[in-house]
Design a binder for this molecule. Structure first.
Ligand SMILES: *[C@@H]1O[C@H](CO)[C@@H](O)[C@H](O)[C@H]1NC(C)=O
Ligand SMILES: *[C@@H]1O[C@H](CO)[C@@H](O)[C@H](O)[C@H]1NC(C)=O
Ligand SMILES: *[C@@H]1O[C@H](CO)[C@@H](O)[C@H](O)[C@H]1NC(C)=O
Ligand SMILES: *[C@@H]1O[C@H](CO)[C@@H](O)[C@H](O)[C@H]1NC(C)=O
Ligand SMILES: *[C@@H]1O[C@H](CO)[C@@H](O)[C@H](O)[C@H]1NC(C)=O
Length: 586
């Protein structure tokens, strides 16, 4: 599309270039190379017709198109001549044609063909002047058929002559009614075909190229050529072109005028315009010089400004800058890139248009845009993991690390691990090394399922046995260990042996008491019975002695009867051990 457009442009330009500046063969110039150069011998003219080294003899003007048609033409004068008449047309002003003095004279030149004559030049010598001289033009030699061009009215040696109206003729005659004629130079100027103006410096600009314009005014009967206007077709179009300058130039670059004939812009177009004449606005979606730039991504498919390329409504999602031709930088998205991306996994880029993270969210983030942190109790990629083992269910959303420690029975940074054997509770800080047979306790409760090591009790087996107890769960009573010693809480063994009267490893076996009664009780009972027995013996003995002293026959006082009954029972049981032989039974 662009290429084909470019090639059309190029072809047009080539065409344009050829029409205007086609090079001519040496010696020719102008449109269709129709004009002859009239440069000095040995040189040729430029494309414009100008001669670098001046004009050849007989030619003058800026383009050497002004011809002196009298040059070297046959000349003659009144018969009583003093010098040759042709000395006035020999291009040498030092030689003059002179007629006899004392009577009126005349001088004439035969131009060889009929011309439209208006412009001439006359030079006499230093002693003479041109006042009163008359110049005639005619088709015939005959003086009476000639028309007066001008009667010179000023003194002077030389005169540029312009007839009041152009005259048609082949012969030019110069007459002095008051005296002889002395002429050193006479020129009759004619413009070359298709040139006009005082100096023949203007080319005809007729619509019909074959029409020769008026050689003095430039007027054309066919109207003016493209690029020219005015009554005489000598005003060039200004910022216009074509027939009668009817058309306005397009928007050529830098305010340059378009070609007055074709309207082409040689230097290209102003921003916002295109075409060989720069008269077509940029199509939607293009801008700049010659519309060569493509619009960026304007919002709502708006066409950008054809000159600057700026988008008026801002950019569509994913682009930014005035021209919306910059892709959103890393970390931004949306219209004009005003939004910041969320937390895409490993810093990957988010979708420049919608902002979502195509590869998912980074650890600790969730939501369509990965802009929300995980809800409490969740962590990890897309917050899929739960903070299960954490105390209060709270963990770091990114790492899963439990900020407040682990729940009972769990350990490790993320509380993924159980307790080591022998530990339990929150963060596994509790120890439970006293379970039976070295078994692990329940990691959560710390309870020893199978009971405790010997010598310990309680659900966590942390309590040693109370003094006097031993064995599994401290459920057994110690025996009668030696005074001041305690049995081993695990085995029940007495370290220093038994209280007197007991034996066995655990001092459980005694003489009287079964295993269930302690040695202290036995001692207490023995001593009590001994004392009571002794005292009663003494009392009874005294009573007997008193009774025998006062009244021998008086027997059985009431007091003795009262106490004798309980003693009878106990003394029978203890009598064997301590008091046996001493006790007196009544
Ligand atoms: C005078 O004119 C005649 C004819 O035009 C010519 O032949 C003659 O040479 C001229 N005389 C002089 C002195 O040049
Ligand atoms: C014409 O004749 C007059 C009078 O003799 C003289 O002054 C004048 O210079 C003559 N003009 C020319 C051009 O010879
Ligand atoms: C142009 O002018 C020539 C004569 O000058 C005439 O023959 C010819 O028909 C004209 N052409 C046009 C297109 O008028
Ligand atoms: C260019 O865009 C304008 C509005 O933005 C629209 O009216 C016009 O039809 C479009 N022209 C082309 C050729 O697409
Ligand atoms: C010790 O206590 C535990 C629980 O407290 C119980 O399961 C176990 O049977 C007890 N063992 C004995 C020997 O009493």
């Amino acid at each position: 599309m662009w290429k084909s457009w470019m090639s059309i442009y190029f072809l047009n330009y080539v065409t344009y270039y050829c029409i205007i500046t086609d090079a001519c063969l040496p010696g020719y110039f102008g449109p269709n190379c129709a004009h002859l150069c009239n440069c000095r011998a040995g040189s040729t003219c430029k494309v414009t017709g100008q001669c670098k080294e001046g004009c050849k003899i007989g030619w003058s003007g800026p383009l050497c198109q002004k011809e002196n048609v009298a040059y070297n033409k046959p000349a003659y004068q009144k018969s009583d001549n003093l010098t040759s008449a042709e000395l006035a047309v020999d291009d040498d002003i030092s030689t003059c044609a002179v007629t006899l003095t004392g009577m009126p004279g005349w001088w004439s030149v035969d131009l060889g063909q009929i011309y439209m004559i208006k412009s001439m030049f006359v030079l006499t010598n230093r002693l003479m002047n041109l006042k009163g001289v008359q110049i005639y033009v005619g088709r015939e030699k005959n003086m009476f058929q000639m028309t007066l061009c001008i009667t010179l009215r000023v003194y002077g040696q030389q005169a540029s002559v312009t007839c009041d109206v152009p005259l048609i003729g082949r012969y030019v005659r110069i007459i002095n009614v008051s005296g002889p004629v002395i002429l050193c130079d006479v020129a009759v100027y004619i413009c070359s075909s298709y040139f006009f103006g005082e100096e023949c410096g203007n080319q005809c600009n007729c619509a019909n190229e074959t029409e020769m314009c008026n050689p003095y005014t430039g007027e054309c009967s066919s109207g003016c050529a493209m690029g020219w206007t005015g009554k005489y077709c000598n005003t060039e179009c200004l910022y216009r072109y074509g027939q009668d300058c009817r058309n306005r130039c397009g928007h050529c670059a830098e305010g340059v005028r378009c070609d007055t004939m074709t309207g082409f812009c040689e230097e290209g177009c102003e921003p916002g315009w295109k075409g060989i004449r720069c008269d077509q606005p940029c199509e939607n979606g293009t801008y700049g010089e010659n519309c060569l730039s493509k619009c960026g991504h304007c919002r709502q498919d708006e066409a950008c400004d054809v000159v600057s390329g700026n988008c008026r409504l801002g950019c569509e999602a994913g682009y930014m800058d005035n021209r919306c031709d910059t892709v959103c930088p890393h970390g931004t998205y949306g219209e004009d890139c005003v939004f910041e991306c969320g937390h895409c996994v490993h810093g990957t880029i988010c979708d420049k248009v919608h902002g979502f993270c195509p590869a998912g969210c980074h650890f600790g983030w969730e939501g369509v845009f990965c802009s929300q942190t995980c809800l409490p109790g969740r962590y990890g990629r897309n917050c899929h993991a739960e903070c299960t083992g954490c105390l209060e269910g709270i963990c770091h959303p990114e790492t899963g690390k439990c900020s407040k420690g682990c729940t009972s029975g769990r350990s490790g940074p993320s509380c993924d691990d159980g307790c080591q054997s022998g530990r339990f509770g929150i963060n596994c800080e509790g120890t439970c090394e006293r379970c039976k047979d070295g078994e692990a306790c329940d990691p959560v409760t710390g309870i020893c399922q199978a009971g405790c090591l010997l010598g310990f009790s309680g659900s966590h087996c942390l309590t040693g046995c109370d003094q006097g107890l031993y064995g599994p769960n401290c459920t057994k009573k110690c025996g009668f260990c030696k005074k001041g010693t305690v049995c081993d809480s695990a085995t029940g063994l007495c370290p220093d042996g038994c209280v007197e009267g007991y034996n066995g490893d655990r001092c459980m076996q005694g003489h009287v008491f079964n295993d269930d009664s302690g040695p202290q009780v036995k001692i207490f009972l023995g001593v009590t019975i001994g004392v009571v027995g002794t005292m009663m013996t003494i009392v009874i003995t005294c009573l007997v002695l008193i009774w025998q002293r006062e009244k021998l026959p008086k027997k059985n006082p009431p007091k003795q009867h009262k106490t004798s009954t309980p003693v009878k029972e106990t003394s029978r049981s203890i009598g064997d051990t301590e008091f046996g032989d001493d006790v007196v039974v009544v």
